[in-house]
Design a protein around this ligand. Sequence first.
Ligand code: ISL
Length: 559
Amino acid sequence: TPGAEWWRTAVVYQVYPRSFADSDGDGIGDLPGITSRLEHLAELGVDAVWISPFYRSPQVDAGYDVADYRDIDPLFGTLTDFDDLLGRAHSLGLRIIIDLVPNHTSDEHAWFRQALAAAPGSAERGRYIFRPGRGAAGELPPNNWKSIFGGPAWTRTTGPDGEPGEWYLHMFDSRQPDLDWSNPEVHEEFESILRFWLDRGVDGFRVDVAHGLVKADGLPDWSGYTAMVEGSRDSGTGPMFDQEGVHEIYRSWRRLLDTYPGQRVLVAEAWIEHLPRIARYVRPDEMHQAFNFTYLTSRWDAEEARQSIIDSLEASDAVGAPTTWVLSNHDVVRHASRFGLSEAGSMPKGIAASDEQPDEELGLRRARAATLQMLALPGAAYLYQGEELGLPDHTTMPDEVRQDPAWFRTADAGSDRETGRDGCRVPLPWSAAEPGFGFSPTGSAWLPQPEGYGRYALDAQRGVAGSTYELYRQAVALRRHLGLASGGLDCVELADTDPSEVVALRNREVLVITAYGPGPVVLPAGSDVLLASDHLGTDARGRTLLPPDTTAWILPPTQ
Ligand code: ISL
């Protein structure tokens, strides 16, 4: 429809800059590398590109620790490189969304350095959350909050003479101090940062840890830790998350964005399990979109997938904002690997060589089927770089090369083994025959690439019928052509099938069928197959069969 807002139906492609494409040969991807590959994204047919942080940073958390929000890290290039990237993207019809990290800065940010040098109670300390410790000598942290990366969420400072002082709060690494959003100076600074990038021409912001900025008054202890099952401690509840005050921040940002021409967007990364709570971030005067991780956390299971789709649409309908769909990103094991585990699709925190190894073929087959289901759903879809190649995680990476601080913290603390997020962050394979698979002109790569990676390389798949890359390309194009992203969805029951093994969805005139069970599904006689994630079969009676772990888009016969 003319005038419809682009983001409602967009396919957004996430670029993780260190691992996308390297132009200067240091083995770390960079902005000119991204620019040189934008045509690939245009050919894939996506509408927008979200780029993970490239700001000046000591790279403790791969750039999610920002030292200067108005500059590019020399590792990734310069502001001129950014302007070139933006110009080239726009000329190809691609929008650019950048990653904003407002919950915390790097400990190397000028503000934090000033805060450490200043006295307790000073204006400099007032930009962060410094508190005296508990206990007779202040030797205990101010409350019981835990860092999402493991260990206490507080680190004690030492004074100029080495004497212990106040503690500061960090919900992530100790080198990522949390800002104090009850301080008006912090608001002013971020509005100015938003303007800096909007004036340069960016199309929007993905807002990191959007549910974390405001903490409950008085920073009370949280009793919820013990009640939480392993792996869900960060489900977005507790006094450190999803406080009412965050919404006023996004309302003011929305007013600011609306003063700019074009449709600039705010996308919340708010990892909250309760869908109606996420929907509050996308009320009409707040953000445009929020990541919905419900679909990503559902296992390879018909009932779970169907329920997550129904719940997601219901929650978003209630506020009139489209939902979003995502299967992979830089924080989780890629869906091609999750779906190849025997607990298919459960959310391991990284996979190590000593763990159960995913079945690569099965994982890929299911990943293709899941993607084809996702791309038929109404709303915006987010793709993570490399999934269009069918990439699995690197699951046999030696511990010595791992870089994720989430892994170090837990290893240091000797707590439950957590492998971290390096496995999904491996540099992309562009060409099968080149050293380092064409990621870098020197063949180097900041994380090792797995054996057999060549089969996934873009040049091994481009133009090859049935390849994962061509499947994505067709699906993205057909989704647009059929208007699926702006359609409406009904769950239907196919005759003679078991709903616990089959998900059948109708969007406009298209039936989207996914076979989860051990046996094939007979497709309605006389239907036209538009697209399928794998080869279909035929039975002795000449009926078309959808084999296990496959999705098809079909046009049923019109009566
Ligand atoms: O990841 C989560 C659940 O597994 C969430 O609790 C949380 O929202 C998430 O960890 C936030 O991630 C983002 O901010 C982090 C950074 O390390 C991640 O890469 C980024 O996506 C700190 O900036």
